[in-house]
Design a protein around this ligand. Structure first.
Ligand code: NI
Length: 190
């Protein structure tokens, strides 16, 4: 298992619902946790906040979310199965986003600041989650992956929204016309 990156077409597909939480599904979730932490070891300036199953080429509606986004030492994740946005509202705010599947590109992405989600936990319990701020943003970003949507899609054509990380971990604005528009590595052939 490895994390797939743009322009891999699997990142653009719609994932299917999980019908039954069996050993196969629990195995996929275990792989997701492991891959997130492996990625973090290779990216010293970043925290692996979340990931979606299609990011490892598994087209199932499963995401994992870091329980503590501040403390790198607390490396536990909650898995959400068949997560659904029931409502996204509140002010639309712009904030920085990156993605394990979009290497070294970051963006200022507008999203609703309040969200209500329903999902199942690994043990089959149905949960409803109310989230705001960064957690709301992360949930929306991950659920987008299940429908083949990447954060870059929300800012396509927005010339001052893209950044790159330099080797010190600082974000530097990227020239949109030169490096983003028409970049097949980023957008694929479509
Ligand atoms: Ni992502």
């Amino acid at each position: 298992m490895k994390i797939i990156t743009t322009p891999d077409p699997r990142l653009r597909e719609k994932s299917e619902k999980v019908r039954k939480i069996d050993d196969e599904i629990l195995g996929i979730i275990a792989d997701m946790r492991k891959l997130s932490l492996d990625w973090e070891k290779e990216h010293p300036y970043e925290l692996s906040a979340a990931m979606a199953a299609p990011q490892m080429g598994v087209l199932k509606r499963i995401i994992i979310i870091r329980d503590d986004m501040e403390d790198k030492e607390r490396a536990t994740f909650t898995a959400l199965i068949n997560p659904e946005v029931i409502r996204a509202d509140g002010k639309v705010e712009k904030s920085q986003e990156g993605c394990l599947s979009v290497p070294s590109i970051y963006g200022m992405v507008p999203r609703h600041s309040k969200v209500r989600i329903k999902a199942k936990l690994e043990d089959g319990t149905e949960v409803r989650i109310k989230a705001t701020g960064e957690l709301a943003r992360t949930l929306l970003h991950e659920i987008d992956h299940l429908d083949g949507i990447l954060f870059i899609d929300h800012i396509k054509g927005v010339k001052d929204a893209f950044y790159e990380m330099d080797d010190k971990g600082d974000l530097i604005p990227v020239d949109y016309d030169a490096k983003i528009a028409g970049n097949k590595e980023l957008w694929g052939e479509a």
